[in-house]
Structure formats: C-alpha cells, structure tokens
Ligand binder design. Structure first.
Ligand code: ASN
Ligand code: ZN
Length: 346
C-alpha cells in the first residue's frame, strides 16, 4: 500500500503528524502501513465488538479533523497518535514488534457506545474500544495517550503472562492479586509511554488520566496510589488484597515500581510534586525510570504467568534484575527495598 504523510487535528494534543494509506489520487485511509497496518475505525456509537463492523475513516486531502469534539475523526486522530506512540515505545525500548510481537498492527474503534465513560482492551476483537465519556464524571472521549498506553498494555499482557482475575462478580468487576498486577502493569507502561513520547502538550508524569477532566484531577497515580479516592486504591500489600477490586489492588505494584524508579519522599518532576511513602518508613533511593521499566518488562515477558501474585511478582522482578544487572548490583538490592516499601517481603 502507498504510504502517505498527513496531519491530524486532535482533541488533546493539537496538530500531529499521521502516517496514512493513500488509496487513490484524492483518497486516504486512517491506516498506517509503516506500523503493520495499524488502524482506527468508528464504532458509530454502537457497542460493536467486531472490528470489521467499524466504519473506516477516509479523507480527501490527508488533513484529518478540526480538533473539535463535533468532528468524529478528531477522536480517532488522538487514538491513532497514541497507538503510534505506544507501538514506537515498545519497539524502540524492547524491540517488540507490535502488541503481540508478531508484526501485526494494532486496531481501535472510537465512539464506542453511548455515554461510555471507559475504554477497553477487548481480547475477542483484539482491539481497543474507546467511549466518548459519560458526560458526568468523565466529560471527554477517553482517547488520551496514557489511556491508550494502558489498554494496549493489556494487549501485551494478554500475549505474554495472561494475568487473570481471581474472581469476577455479577457486574463484571474483577478482584484479586494477578488481576491487580495486570492493571498495575497497564498503568506502569502507560506512564512509561508518556515519558517516552515527551510531548509538551501532554507533559509526562506518574499520573494516569490527568487530561480527562475529573474532579480528582487524575484517575490513578503511581507514587501514592491511595490519593485515588474514586477507586480507593491502596498503597501497601495486606492479606485483604485478595478481595480488592483490581484498580484498587493495582496500587501495590504501581507503588513498588515508582519507589524503584524514583525512590521515596518528596520530589518534583516536571510540574508535579510527588511524595511517596514506604510501609516501614525506611527511605528508598530510586534507580531511574529506564532501569525500573526494563526490569518490569523482563519480569512480565519472562517470569510472570496467569496466576502471579504480588509475592511472585517480587520474585519475578528480582530474577529480571539479576539477569540484567547481577545479583550484587544496586539495582537488584533496590528491587528488594522497593517491594519491602509496599509490605511485600519474602
Ligand atoms: N478501563 C478499564 C481497564 O482497562 C476497563 C476494564 O477493562 N475494566 O482496566
Ligand atoms: Zn485496565
């Protein structure tokens, strides 16, 4: 297919370059041949779970949308941009060729359902589905970069450790440690994607969903997860995590990752001030984001399995740190301290 370079007017990050497909002299498709045919379609405000039923986005001049919510394609511009940045992060950081590492493109549908204040990785579809917001708590379409990084990382987990919730209730809420670890990895890599993208219109941080217009100002955060009062996220492991909803339980390993990367205590990074506590009060000195992310990625892709709980995750990250830096390294020792910081010890 003929590769073309277009521009999109997004909802959240202004004008962005887009690699598209030229299908005729004055006809373009929102599909990226340089990223294995990665494509975003319109779910037409239906609850479509089948990508083939999505409506393709086409354009005559390769200039997509006007940046207003009324422009149906502008949400797709954000989605396609975020997917591009997520794929590029996984490729340049870990050599990963697509979400399943099989050289296949990612797929997404925007405008999923009516008044849907959520986004999903839908395994049966092998695609991401983005709601337009519920108009109450979440006022905007969920096409921001960190939400994309989160949902696509569920795809990566699906293709690797396949972490599963311990149980699911009648409403579909998921509970337990492996499911919480899955949510946490989605947030960890979402934040890493944001830092790797480093777009001044989307300043990187350890917050998730800070651009969605929530009263709480963010959906979740890694430095001190309990600041998320909406989902009642937790900072430390206890036996009760067995019954935690996965977006609350995720706090345990998200917090461990933050401590590993940045360390405990007060710290200003960009425009955000963090103050990360530890369970015992013992200070942790971070090893930096790049190394922390490499350790968690290796742990996910080599050592975690569907039933990995937080104590197993500690062991998995220790093995990864030993592989990458050696058993006597500061990195290895700091992995131990970071988990102790969230009350996960041997
Ligand atoms: N946005 C939520 C998540 O990815 C949707 C869900 O699957 N419950 O965790
Ligand atoms: Zn999730």
């Amino acid at each position: 297919p003929a590769t073309a370079t277009g521009t999109g007017s997004s909802l959240f990050v202004g004008k962005v370059p887009l690699t598209t497909t030229r299908t005729a002299r004055t006809s373009y498709l929102l599909k990226d041949p340089t990223r294995w045919g990665t494509e975003t379609r319109d779910a037409k405000n239906l609850e479509l779970g089948n990508f083939a039923q999505g409506k393709k986005f086409t354009d005559t001049d390769n200039k997509w949308g006007n940046g207003a919510v009324s422009s149906r394609v502008s949400a797709a511009v954000d989605a396609q941009y975020g997917i591009t940045k997520t794929l590029d992060f996984y490729k340049k950081t870990f050599g990963r060729k697509g979400i399943a590492n099989n050289g296949k493109g990612a797929r997404a549908m925007v405008h999923f359902g009516k008044k849907v204040g959520n986004a999903f990785w839908y395994p049966d579809c092998g695609c991401m589905l983005y709601g337009d917001g519920d108009g109450r708590e979440i006022k905007k379409p969920l096409v921001v970069l960190d939400v994309t990084g989160h949902e696509l990382t569920h795809g990566v987990v699906d293709a690797t450790a396949r972490l599963e919730p311990t149980y699911v209730d009648e409403e579909g809420n998921q509970y337990g440690e492996p499911g919480s670890l899955n949510e946490s990895l989605a947030d960890i890599f979402a934040s890493a994607v944001e830092f790797s993208t480093n777009n001044p219109k989307n300043p990187p941080n350890y917050l998730i969903g800070e651009k969605l217009g929530l009263d709480q100002k963010f959906l979740r955060r890694l430095d001190k997860p309990s600041l998320d009062v909406l989902e009642e996220a937790i900072d430390y492991w206890s036996p009760q995590v067995y019954n935690a909803e996965v977006h609350a339980g995720s706090g345990v390993s998200s917090h461990a990752y933050y401590l590993l990367a940045e360390g405990s205590g007060r710290k200003k990074i960009g425009s955000v001030t963090y103050d990360s506590p530890t369970y015992t009060g013992a200070a942790v000195k971070g090893i930096g984001r790049a190394k922390a992310t490499a350790i968690f990625y290796r742990a996910l892709t080599r050592y975690m399995v569907s039933s990995t709980d937080f104590h197993d995750a500690r062991v998995a990250t220790l093995k990864a740190a030993r592989d990458l830096y050696g058993q006597d390294s500061t990195e290895f020792k700091t992995v131990n301290k970071a988990w102790a910081g969230v009350n996960v010890t041997s």
